[in-house]
Design a binder for this molecule. Structure first.
Ligand SMILES: [Mg+2]
Length: 173
């Protein structure tokens, strides 16, 4: 039992969001997805949807409903991303606050434990999702093919703190 169970993801993919397959949804009985935006479905600062992501969204939305819940406050950028994917969204969600997560789950009319919170960050996405009683999936950031950056220092620091606190961060087998 980890010392801080609210920081422990239920599933650690070790891969981007694109690795969430229909088979995984079935295996973990996930009936809805709440997706983080920055570094989860688009590289941070980027508003361009990669074709692979669009294909993945179209495949998964046939199976489960999806919402975007982001801490990002940009109506212009997040609105454009959500509109191009035809997904409902909440901005400025202040995760790990439960408020917007609860609203998204309520809109889906699915019990929280059957909705997965999917994100790249432990102290916002995973903590918020676990506080809400959701299934939590930690993914690797989606790669920006136009950038060599691909490395988020704050994310690395969070991982180090979580590891010190006893959170297991090895990809789930
Ligand atoms: Mg993120």
């Amino acid at each position: 039992m980890p010392l801080f169970p609210l920081l422990q993801p239920d599933l650690i993919l070790g891969n981007s969001v694109l690795a969430i397959t229909p088979e995984i949804l079935t295996r973990y009985q996930i009936h809805g997805l709440v997706l983080d935006v920055d570094d989860t479905i688009v590289p941070i600062g980027n508003a361009v949807i990669q074709p692979e992501l669009a294909v993945w969204i179209e495949e998964i939305r046939q199976i489960v409903p999806m919402w975007l819940v982001t801490n990002n406050p940009s109506q212009v950028r997040i609105g454009a991303i959500a509109d191009s994917l035809s997904l409902p969204y909440f901005l400025s969600a202040a995760k790990p606050s439960r408020r917007r997560l609860r609203q998204a789950v309520t809109e889906m009319k699915i019990e929280p434990a059957r909705v997965a919170m999917v994100g790249d960050r432990i102290f916002t996405d995973v903590l918020g999702g676990n506080r809400m009683g959701m299934f939590t999936i930690l993914i690797e950031p989606i790669v920006n093919i136009d950038s060599t950056l691909g490395f988020n220092l704050l994310r690395r620091i969070e991982f180090a703190i979580a590891w010190i606190l006893g959170v297991s961060l090895a990809p789930t087998k």
